[in-house]
Design a protein around this ligand. Structure first.
Ligand SMILES: NC(=O)c1ccc[n+]([C@@H]2O[C@H](COP(=O)([O-])OP(=O)(O)OC[C@H]3O[C@@H](n4cnc5c(N)ncnc54)[C@H](O)[C@@H]3O)[C@@H](O)[C@H]2O)c1
Length: 451
């Protein structure tokens, strides 16, 4: 089933929903229908995927004083049990479609922390029911899904937030203000790197393993093609390495590390993308990638701007742009902004940006920026989540709504697609949502399985 048919089907499912009166005010408004909420001023949350990051998301969302955890859903009963022990009053489900249909009148916000291929199907269904959605990064698995989520959020005026919690950390906000204040002049290049390896160069595993009793494999596969279960290959976590479910290291870490440059430099979508990596196998992502994006210039960049991403091996140790003063060591993961007047180094994560001018570190005067000073990272961590809940209550606005997250995700996904065409420059036509290279266009859209 093509994605648009799935969306239509979800729309039909929700056609009997009491559609809340959407508030069309431009400023900070909540579009949550609390008319049937026994506890006005509270947000009733439903969580899809409560193991791994989902458990962290559950803890962070529920740490807001105005949240009632109302429902928990997971295809793995072991994870569901752990979460249910923490929130025994919540209703539990293994199929998010059943949960959303049954509880549509008693939940306000849906938190989606599943593997990437399920982000859009679950989000779109919740959004069709006019729910506020907090969805993990990358927003989607396919470019057309990101565009559909952006459109639906905008059409329905929904509260949305992508799960890039470091976006709300002090050091990233400071780096954005520094870049936009012109501290290093116009930026020509950003290098960004991670030595993580969410790739797999091997062949498709042969045969199948017994499906554990605690896992519903059909529901885990969801809209993706049917595939035999193999222990340790997909669930949990390793799905990131596989084309059908994840987005490789670029999709995993690139979203976090590129977020600040993307935001600070007011970038939109790239014009060209080129990846250096091994030939495609049709199963896993390449274990090592260098991806070069070219963007049209913005007011913060030179006329042509380049973003270069390195994963697998991490940063090229001897690159002249990446030499630090006093021979100090680069952090494992991070980004380096190359400007006309100096460089700004932003290690990932929980470290302050550093200014480098003429080969030396230079003190940064932060007093002129109107930023709440950092206390500790424990208090920084829930900020992004609480901002989402406060937005649901009409008290704040989200800083990574789907209007922003979809563009960032689209950019990342174009690089993910380029990994299927090593050493080839792909030309992106953002207006029409197509590559000039017809053979790459087939990877923009998802084909959904009925499950
Ligand atoms: N923002 C961050 O810092 C951060 C960190 C880690 C992971 N993530 C994101 O969180 C998401 C999950 O990653 P993870 O590492 O926790 O993966 P994981 O495989 O460890 O956990 C996924 C959880 O979702 C459940 N699940 C899978 N399919 C489901 C479905 N259809 N319905 C309900 N539950 C389902 C699994 O059983 C498991 O509990 C990914 O999108 C990942 O990119 C974000």
């Amino acid at each position: 089933m093509k994605r648009r048919h799935f969306i239509k089907k979800s729309a039909l499912l929700s056609s009997t929903v009491l559609v809340p009166v959407l508030n069309s005010c431009k400023s900070i408004v909540s579009n949550i229908d609390t008319s049937n909420n026994k506890y006005p001023g509270r947000v009733r949350s439903a969580h899809i995927g409560v193991g791994g990051m989902g458990l962290e998301d559950l803890k962070a969302i529920s740490s807001h004083v105005s949240v009632d955890v109302t429902a928990l859903c997971d295809v793995d009963s072991n994870y569901l049990e752990i979460a249910h022990d923490m929130f025994p009053k919540a209703k539990i489900y293994k199929d998010y479609r059943v949960m959303l249909k049954e509880l549509r009148n008693v939940i306000d916000a849906v938190v989606i922390s599943t593997p990437d291929h399920t982000h859009a199907p679950a989000s779109l269904m919740a959004m069709e029911m006019n729910k506020a959605v907090y969805c993990q990064k990358p927003l989607t698995h396919h470019v057309t899904e990101a565009r559909a989520m952006k459109k639906l959020a905008s059409d329905r005026n929904l509260i949305t937030q992508m799960g890039i919690q470091v976006h709300s950390f002090y050091d990233y906000k400071l780096a954005t203000l520094l870049i936009q204040s012109g501290i290093i002049g116009k930026v020509s290049t950003v290098h960004a790197w991670s030595p993580k390896n969410w790739g797999f160069d091997g062949d498709i595993p042969k045969g199948s393993d017994p499906i554990p009793d605690h896992l519903d494999w059909n529901l885990w596969l969801g809209t993706s093609p049917k595939r035999p279960y193999k222990e340790g290959f997909y669930h949990p976590m390793n799905w990131r390495k596989i084309l059908d479910y994840g987005c490789g290291t670029l999709g995993d870490m690139g979203v976090h590390i590129f977020d600040t440059p993307y935001n600070a430099l007011a970038l939109d979508v790239p014009s060209t993308i080129k990846t250096q990596c091994r030939q495609p196998t049709g199963f896993g992502f390449p274990e090592k990638n260098v991806v070069t994006y070219e963007f049209p210039g913005t007011k913060y960049t030179t006329k042509n701007f380049k973003w270069i991403w390195y994963d697998g091996e991490g940063a090229p140790a001897k690159h002249k742009d990446l030499m630090l003063p006093n021979n100090s060591q680069l952090h494992d993961q991070g980004a380096m902004f190359i400007g006309e007047k100096g460089n700004l180094y932003l290690p990932h994560f929980e470290l302050m940006p550093k200014l480098i001018v003429n080969g030396n570190y230079k003190e940064i005067d932060t007093t002129k920026f109107n930023l709440e000073p950092i206390r500790d990272y424990e208090t920084e961590a829930p900020k992004h989540y609480h901002q989402f809940i406060d937005a649901c209550l009409g008290k704040d606005t989200c800083s990574a709504p789907f209007s922003y997250a979809s563009r960032l995700t689209e950019t990342i996904l174009l690089g993910v697609i380029a990994q299927r065409f090593p050493n080839t420059t792909l030309n992106w036509d953002s207006k029409n949502g197509k590559f000039a290279e017809e053979e790459a266009n087939v990877f923009l859209d998802a084909t959904y399985r009925n499950f």
